[in-house]
Design a protein around this ligand. Structure first.
Ligand SMILES: C[S@@+](CC[C@H](N)C(=O)[O-])C[C@H]1O[C@@H](n2cnc3c(N)ncnc32)[C@H](O)[C@@H]1O
Length: 218
C-alpha cells in the first residue's frame, strides 16, 4: 500500500516514482480504485510492474501466489507470463476468493488462474512441484515457513518474489513496537535466509514496502 511505500522512501522520491509508473489498463485501474475504497491490501503498482518484468524474463509455466486478495497480482502475473502459464493463488478469506474469481473472469483468465480457498501453509504443503515462480504475499509471521516449504518444490532457476519484507522500515529499526515483534522477527529470519541460503541467490530490494527476489541455484 502507498503509506508503506512512503515509510521507506522520502516523500518526493515516492511522488516521483508514482508519476512515472507503468500505465495500467482499465481493469487494473478499477481494481486499484476498489482496493483503495475497501482498504484491500493489493500489491503496489510498482511491485506489480516488478512482477510483470520478472514473469516476462523468467517465462514461468507454473506460478504459485500466497495471498490472493482481489486477484490483482494473479492477473498481472498470468498476463505477463504468457498463454502457457498457469497460476494457483491461495487465500483463506471466502469474500476475497469470490471477489478475485469475479475480477479474474472479467480479465478472461479463469481458465489459467485457479483461486484456492485454503490456508496458505496447508495448501503450499499439499502442492506438488515444480513451481517456476512463487509470489509470497501472505502472513508475514509465516514467511520463513513458506520459504522452507517452497524451495524444495522450485524448479532449477525457479524464482521467489516476496512482498513487504522491510515492513515499513521496521525490520531495520532497533526499537520495534511489541505488537510488531513477531512479524519483524520472522521477516528478519526470512531476509537472512534469502541472502544466505546456499540453494538460493537472493537480494532485498527497497521497492514498495521491500521486495525479496531470489533464484534457486541448487
Ligand atoms: C497482501 S494481500 C495479497 C495481495 C495480492 N497478492 C496482490 O498482489 O494483490 C494478503 C492476503 O492474504 C490473505 N490471508 C491472510 N491470512 C491467510 C492465510 N493464513 N492463508 C491464506 N491467505 C491468507 C488475506 O485474506 C489477504 O487477502
Amino acid at each position: 500500500m502507498k503509506d508503506a511505500l512512503d515509510a521507506i522512501l522520502k516523500p518526493e522520491q515516492a511522488a516521483y516514482l508514482e508519476r512515472i509508473e507503468t500505465p495500467r489498463d482499465a481493469l487494473l485501474v478499477e481494481m486499484e480504485a476498489w482496493a483503495r475504497a475497501h482498504r484491500d491490501p493489493i500489491s503496489d503498482p510498482e511491485v506489480a510492474s516488478f512482477l510483470a518484468v520478472t514473469a516476462r524474463a523468467a517465462r514461468p509455466r507454473t506460478i504459485v501466489e500466497l495471498g490472493t486478495n482481489i486477484g490483482y497480482g494473479a492477473i498481472v502475473l498470468a498476463r505477463a507470463a504468457g498463454p502457457e502459464a498457469r497460476v494457483v493463488t491461495i487465500d483463506d478469506d471466502a469474500t476475497m476468493v469470490a471477489r478475485a474469481r469475479d475480477f479474474i473472469a472479467r480479465a478472461g483468465l479463469a481458465d489459467r488462474i485457479e483461486v484456492r480457498h485454503d490456508d496458505a501453509l496447508r495448501a503450499l504443503a499439499a502442492l506438488s512441484g515444480p513451481i517456476d515462480l512463487a509470489y509470497l504475499d501472505c502472513v508475514k509471521e509465516h514467511y520463513p515457513q513458506y520459504l522452507d516449504l517452497v524451495v524444495p518444490k522450485l524448479s532449477p532457476g525457479g524464482v521467489i518474489v516476496a512482498d513487504n519484507v522491510l515492513w515499513k522500515g521496521l525490520v531495520a529499526q532497533a526499537d520495534v513496537p511489541s505488537g510488531e515483534l513477531a512479524r519483524v522477527s520472522a521477516l528478519r529470519a526470512f531476509n537472512d535466509a534469502i541472502v544466505s541460503r546456499p540453494d538460493l541467490r537472493g537480494v532485498i530490494l527497497p521497492l514498495g514496502d521491500g521486495v525479496a527476489y531470489a533464484v534457486k541455484v541448487a
